[in-house]
Design a protein around this ligand. Structure first.
Ligand SMILES: [Zn+2]
Length: 276
């Protein structure tokens, strides 16, 4: 750190032209744009991102925006997290833009809804949507773009999110599932894993045991399903968050139906809870 400070000082002394012609200094201070740019460079030099104990968001928004991918299994609270983040921004009079996929049919088009009953309108993304243009056309500045159901995004749309971050300098937080019920990556999730600056897991526990849920078990008429279309629209399927063990071997009754989870979990053994 001491070396970093010393090097920064050397750069600044050199740039300010200390000991040189006064005219250089006057020119420098006359250029507000140059000053702002150098202020950013100095701040990043002194307070590089990802240093423990420094909340980079609080340093005047000088840092470059980042693309976040926050993934979790079904029912891990992704929508609740989105609504919380949006509320936190708006409480400080910082508008955000909420978006969701047209594929999500649980709540109707253009809604981000949590299981605890709170919901918000969201701009719908379909195949034709140009996310960058939508953000550019907004009548006001936004401080964050937040997306639900990001697993359903196309490669093109994930690239547009990267553009929003890199060219418009707006942070993007994309929430979604990582893997489908056959344990394959969704297209949007695969691209986000490749393109995101920050990848975070939103954790929840298995439906059957205290281990962390990392997979999604598709259920139809009480039975586990491992084949079929990745996106089932209008079916009677449901999805349960499960650990690897119970994804591969969910507890079944004599009819081959999945045993309903209950408080009595003696049938799944006595595994120690994972650290969530
Ligand atoms: Zn389990």
């Amino acid at each position: 750190m001491a070396l970093r400070l010393w090097l920064s000082l050397l750069v600044w002394v050199n740039f300010l032209g200390i000991g040189k012609d006064d005219e250089i200094v006057i020119d420098f201070w006359g250029s507000l744009a140059t000053f702002k740019l150098l202020a950013k460079v100095l701040t990043i030099t002194l307070f590089p991102p990802n240093i423990k104990g420094i909340d980079t968001k609080k340093i005047g928004g000088l840092f470059l925006a980042q693309l976040y991918f926050k993934y979790g299994a079904m029912n891990s609270g992704k929508s609740i997290d989105i609504l919380k983040v949006a509320h936190n921004y708006e409480e400080q009079a910082k508008p955000v833009l909420l978006m969701t996929s047209h594929v999500d049919t649980r709540t109707g088009r253009g809604k981000i809804a949590s299981r605890i009953g709170i919901e918000r309108d969201a701009v719908v993304i379909d195949e034709e949507t140009d996310i960058v243009q939508i953000v550019k056309d907004l009548p006001h500045k936004i401080y964050c773009l937040i997306l639900d159901e990001a697993q359903f995004l196309s490669k093109k749309h994930v690239h547009q999110l990267a553009q929003v971050v890199d060219e418009l300098r707006i942070p993007v937080m994309a929430y979604g599932l990582k893997n489908d019920f056959q344990n394959n990556l969704f297209e949007g999730s695969r691209e986000l894993l490749l393109f995101a600056d920050k990848i975070e897991e939103i954790k929840t526990i298995c439906w059957f045991c205290p281990k962390k849920a990392t997979m999604n078990l598709r259920m139809a008429d009480g039975r586990p399903v491992y084949t079929g279309e990745q996106i089932q629209i209008g079916g009677n399927e449901s999805y349960w968050p499960v650990c690897r063990k119970h994804y591969l071997n969910p507890p079944l009754d004599e009819r081959g139906k999945v045993l309903a989870p209950s408080l009595d979990r003696s049938h799944v053994g006595s595994d120690e809870a994972d650290e969530l």
